[in-house]
Design a protein around this ligand. Structure first.
Ligand SMILES: Nc1ncnc2c1ncn2[C@@H]1O[C@H](COP(=O)(O)OP(=O)(O)O)[C@@H](O)[C@H]1O
Ligand SMILES: [Mg+2]
Length: 366
């Protein structure tokens, strides 16, 4: 799967533009502030209806413009192509179009356009709150397991019920017991999908990591959000008083996490920033491999600024791994020389020069 055409209007400093990217490697080069990240952000908006730079979409809209819009044409592995469009105005109105129809939810976009971001904030996957790692995990599960989304929605509904009951106590005991049963069923289902996913991801991650950096003894494990030896019903019963005091449910899949450890330590506490970024790259590339296996459709990688922070050897290793994925990649750098090599000779590489918000195709190899 790849984007064969992208049209961007009124996103940050970018002049209205349509580009025809290579199905494989696309290098965006240009000075700081020229608009490279903005183009990646526009593609991200198209796939996820949000930015990776901030929680707010408003700052993405070009000054003096009423709305920003991104269109994309995607080509699926099976020969089908889809047109996607998204528009966000200053009043907060979001419009999503898929093949000419209004879409119901952003999940439909995400399903058609799976995106992976690797950027200077990537280390947060290790250092940040569990929520960031859950998002990473669920991205993978969502794309390989169709039953994930309904199970997740069931869980959210049951959890909202329980938390409201914990705070206000307005539900009778029998109804609450029924909701708790629903909560436990949805939790077990979700847990089984996440567990299966991590089991599949682990060996791929380890393999990719070995090719990228030497970090013997790094382990990835999954915490399901409650005691691994006790059923959730039992845990919920034992923490009920505390849950009532806090007004929310402490144990469950909403607390799941991934753990990366080096020996007895949390990896985030002892790895250098550079090493952390390489670990994150390996995790994200491993997810791409799993998606390839599951769907024969591939995800698109948005790689921002990272190459400039890696030494030559690791940069080349990263390029090689991205190349091996056979995915479409959009990768930014200041100096095009940085990323000229590192790709296989027969991999199509398109170059785009970005200058003061103007994007121009500057060459294709081979
Ligand atoms: N809403 C906006 N309207 C117009 N320009 C903006 C807006 N938001 C940011 N910019 C400008 O867009 C430029 C592009 O930034 P960016 O895409 O981060 O550049 P690069 O990644 O090439 O360094 C910056 O100079 C920034 O000041
Ligand atoms: Mg940038």
């Amino acid at each position: 799967m790849s984007l064969s055409r992208v049209t961007v209007t009124a996103v940050r400093n970018l002049r209205p533009v349509t580009i025809s990217p290579s199905p494989r490697i696309n290098i965006l080069h240009g000075a700081n502030g020229s608009g490279k990240t903005s183009l990646l952000e526009a593609i991200h908006l198209l796939g996820l209806a949000r930015s990776f730079r901030s929680n707010k979409l408003q700052p993405m809209i070009q000054h003096e413009q009423p709305a920003c819009t991104v269109f994309g044409q995607i080509e699926q592995q099976n020969g089908i192509s889809n047109s996607l469009g998204i528009s966000r105005d200053r009043q907060g109105e979001l419009q999503i179009r898929i093949d000419g129809q209004n879409a119901r939810s952003a999940a439909q976009l995400a399903e058609l356009l799976p995106l992976q971001v690797i950027n200077p904030d990537s280390f947060r996957l290790l250092e940040g709150a569990p929520k960031v790692r859950r998002q990473f995990l669920d991205w993978g599960v969502f794309h390989v397991e169709q039953r994930f989304l309904p199970a997740w929605q069931r869980l959210q509904k049951a959890l909202r019920q329980r938390n409201s009951w914990l705070r206000h106590g307005t539900l009778d005991a029998a109804s609450q017991a029924a909701w708790d049963r629903e909560l436990c069923l949805a939790s077990d289902e979700l847990d089984s999908y996440r567990r299966a996913y991590i089991q599949a991801l682990k060996p791929v991650f380890e393999q990719v990591l070995r090719e990228l950096v030497e970090l013997d003894g790094l382990t990835l494990s999954y915490y399901r959000g409650w005691d691994k030896d006790r059923p959730l019903t039992e845990v919920l019963a034992s923490t009920l008083t505390r849950d009532q005091q806090l007004g929310h449910t402490q144990a469950g899949p909403q607390r799941a996490d991934l753990r990366l450890r080096l020996g007895a330590h949390n990896a985030a506490e002892i790895l250098s920033r550079g090493q952390q970024k390489l670990v994150v790259c390996a995790l994200r590339i491993a997810q791409g491999h799993l998606l390839n296996q599951a769907k024969h459709g591939q995800c698109i990688y948005l790689v921002d600024d990272l190459p400039s922070e890696l030494d030559e050897q690791h940069r080349q290793a990263l390029c090689r791994l991205l190349d091996d994925l056979q995915c479409q990649v959009f990768i930014t750098c200041v100096d095009q020389e940085y990323l000229k090599d590192g790709w296989r000779t027969d991999t199509p590489v398109a170059m785009f020069h970005v200058e003061h918000g103007v994007i121009t195709a500057s060459g294709v190899n081979p």
